[in-house]
Ligand binder design. Structure first.
Ligand code: MET
Length: 380
């Protein structure tokens, strides 16, 4: 029997095959979707033992017991994403926020409720940390101050790079070296494992809003943490009791999305880089933000009316979210980062003039035509 070994093939090849290596032997091509909420067992004693094991956060790949606890289709996506991020394990949730919440709850429950946050972060992430809703506290610091903010009760350093919405980049290697052994969680949603694998740079956990590039088509919501097996156990324990499990259909769609992730990200990034270059020369654009790392997100400040600009697009869709095959544009101060108060937004460097563009797979000339006509219309 021919099998695909993780080490024998390139990363791009693994993006296509990860999580599916057993399919041919099963006589299948597409991964099966298991929608069972419960699983029959005539061996109550064995079933009880498995449930105890799941409650302790273990998942040995054996038979499931209940759909809130584990699911074979979701497990395929978790295994694939873990492989692509270079992690021992991954734990999937119903959304990126559910995934982040599980990380916070795990650290709060372990008696390490102090979080060190590096701004900017996605607005609701910032709000979750700042509000202390899950029993945590937060200290906001610049990356180079993070290590000196650590105490015996620090549970996590939270950073996003490139960051939502300013695309600010952090030297992850320097940050993780300085903060060790305190765990560093990197939100890798914008970069994706195509452009950056934070665990190889010393991060402890990688967070994805899988809704974005991993899904890639704007039709599936999910979140996932890639980490070592020890953290994965804590996260599964939290998911067991909070019920934030990813739906199996979402697991299927996310696994399907991974296969095209490298080509989607590279194609959209090339277009985004060109748009960033053109925007920098546009008379109504005062500042362009585009990561050194590349990627398909471009943000810019405009002397035009940013709200009118977002309303004036035709081909591009005025909407929050990102990472879809089609381009989306939005005004962070009004929408994705609205929940932060004005002082926090200022601290994060988010200007009221900032517009965030998620570049899709359309032709660059069509996108440029739409952007320039919208910029021309958007008078203050
Ligand atoms: C409700 S606002 C958000 C969604 C998404 N995280 C974004 O940054 O666009």
């Amino acid at each position: 029997m021919t099998t695909h070994s993780g080490s024998a093939h390139s990363w791009n090849t693994r993006a296509v095959h990860a999580g599916k290596d057993d399919l041919a032997a099963l006589g299948l091509h597409a991964p099966p979707i298991d929608l069972s909420t419960t699983y029959p067992s005539h061996d109550v004693v064995a079933e009880a033992a498995r449930l105890d094991d799941f409650a302790a956060g273990n998942d040995d790949g054996g038979p499931p017991v209940y759909g809130r606890v584990t699911n074979p289709t979701v497990r395929r996506f978790e295994n694939a994403l873990a492989e692509l991020e270079g992690a021992e394990a991954a734990v999937a949730f119903a959304s990126g926020m559910a995934a982040l919440s599980a990380c916070l709850l795990a650290q709060v429950a372990a008696g390490r409720p102090e979080i060190i946050g590096v701004r900017p972060l996605y607005g609701t992430t910032d709000h979750l940390l700042d509000s202390g809703l899950l029993g945590n506290s937060v200290r906001w610091v610049a990356p180079e101050e993070a290590a000196s903010a650590i105490t015996g009760r620090t549970g996590l350093v939270v950073v996003e790079s490139p960051a939502n919405p300013t695309l600010t980049e952090v030297d992850l290697r320097a940050l993780t070296d300085a903060c060790a052994p305190v765990p560093v969680l990197v939100d890798n949603t914008f970069a994706t494992p195509v452009l950056q694998r934070p665990l190889a740079l010393g991060a402890t956990m990688v967070l994805h809003s899988a809704t974005k590039y991993l899904g890639g088509h704007g039709d599936v919501m999910g979140g996932v943490i890639a980490c070592d097996e020890e953290f994965a156990r804590s996260l599964r324990q939290i998911r067991f009791v909070t019920g934030g499990m990813l739906h199996p259909i979402a697991g299927y769609e996310l696994l399907r999305g991974l296969a095209t992730l490298p080509v989607r990200v590279r194609a959209a990034s090339a277009t985004a880089a060109e748009l960033a270059r053109r925007l920098a020369e546009h008379p109504r654009v005062t500042q362009v933000y585009y990561p050194r790392l590349g990627g398909a997100m471009v943000s810019f400040e405009t002397s035009a009316d940013p709200i009118a600009l977002v309303s004036a697009v035709g081909l591009i869709t005025p909407a929050v979210s990102l990472g879809s095959v089609d381009s989306l544009i939005q005004h962070p101060a009004s929408l994705t980062h609205r929940i932060m108060d004005e002082v926090a937004r200022k601290d994060a460097g988010i200007s009221p003039d900032l517009v965030r563009l998620s570049v899709g797979l359309e032709d660059v000339e069509d996108l440029w035509t739409d952007l320039t006509q919208a910029l021309a219309q958007a008078v203050r």
